[in-house]
Design a protein around this ligand. Structure first.
Ligand code: PAF
Length: 327
């Protein structure tokens, strides 16, 4: 072989190798949007999901995170999935039941006895079946993560019993079940997208809000709230969802990678919440918030009871019983 031909051959080999690497290195981007900071239960879920998929697909997919509502509120995130403008989101059930009405059943106050009960239901047949309901609404839900139980905070007064919230302007999620609960309790529920909440609390257009302590800490709500009451009035799951257009483009093995990654992400959110809950009250108190730890929960249960008729009519008593009777 002449020197010239050898050089040409080596150039070709080099080009092929380079383009081979180039193919391997051009990972497909997966945009994942969520409401809170990276250092939150949402961030923990997103990072674990990303790590798992990136590893099992050998780098064929790379997640790009959009935390802190960078892609909009949860309603916009879900719409983005339906439109295919975002590949993945992690959202609370706040806005979800406007898209998948069946999900609203898990938002019923005092439905779950405790965290273990909620996890058992969501990981069991009921919760897994609920995930399948997303498909006909143009969404592919892969796993249930967690935020914790929601508690009430406000700037008016320490709330120890249901009567204390009468007339109080409380921001609730854009969720008919939550709205009905607070209206039944005699408060003035104000549905609002999360990105507007801190400004509204600052300006005093609302008196309070309700969210798990994981959110209170992540969003530093001590900057805008004086009182927190551990009402634990409703369990708050979150869902890891992908867009049907994106999911449909995956091979079967890649689909498994995304599903397994989402499950790992969901577990990471639960672990994060477990850890936060151990120290959240002390941390929140250290920022000057008055925390009512002994709330008359029975007064809230009694106050919200008239709404149960409405919930039963909407979701079916048998469905509600299936959840409450899970041991
Ligand atoms: O209250 C809400 O809207 C949600 O709990 C939040 C804070 C956006 C987290 O999903």
């Amino acid at each position: 072989m002449t020197t010239l031909r050898r050089t040409a051959l080596m150039t070709l080999v080099a080009l092929a190798t380079t383009s081979g690497f180039a193919v391997a290195q051009t990972a497909k981007e997966v945009k994942v949007g969520y409401a809170l900071a990276v250092n939150s239960h949402y961030g923990a879920a997103a990072q674990t999901w990303a790590d798992s998929v990136e590893k099992s697909t050998k780098g064929a997919y790379k997640f790009k995170q959009f935390p802190a509502s960078a892609l909009g509120g949860e309603r916009e995130l879900i719409e983005g999935l339906q439109l295919g403008t975002v590949e993945a989101v992690i959202v609370s059930t706040g806005a979800l039941s406007n898209f998948v009405p069946e999900v609203g059943v898990v938002d019923i106050p005092f439905l779950f006895r405790d965290t273990a009960h909620a996890r058992k239901v969501l990981d069991g047949e009921f919760g897994q079946d609920l995930l399948t309901k997303f498909k006909k609404r143009g969404l592919i839900a892969l796993a249930w993560g967690e935020q914790g139980f929601r508690h009430l905070s406000n700037n008016k007064r320490p709330v120890t019993k249901a009567e204390d919230i009468k007339g109080m302007k409380i921001r609730v999620t854009e969720n008919p079940v939550h709205i009905a609960a607070f209206r039944t309790l005699g408060a003035s529920p104000t549905p609002m997208a999360w990105p507007e909440v801190i400004g509204a609390l600052q300006q005093g257009t609302i008196d309070g809000q309700e969210n798990p302590v994981s959110v209170f800490v992540s969003a530093k709500l001590w900057q805008v709230q004086k009182h927190l009451s551990l009402t634990a009035h409703v369990y708050a799951p979150m869902a890891l969802i992908v867009s049907p257009a994106f999911f449909g483009s995956l091979s079967d093995a890649e689909k498994v990678a995304f599903i397994e990654g989402a499950k790992a992400g969901a577990l990471a959110s639960r672990k994060f919440v477990d850890d936060v809950e151990k120290k959240a009250v002390t941390e929140i108190q250290s920022h000057g918030v008055q925390v009512v730890t002994k709330v008359d929960v029975a007064s809230f249960q009694a106050g919200v009871a008239p709404a149960y008729k409405q919930y039963a009519a909407k979701f079916g008593q048998a469905t509600i019983d299936k959840i409450t009777q899970t041991k």
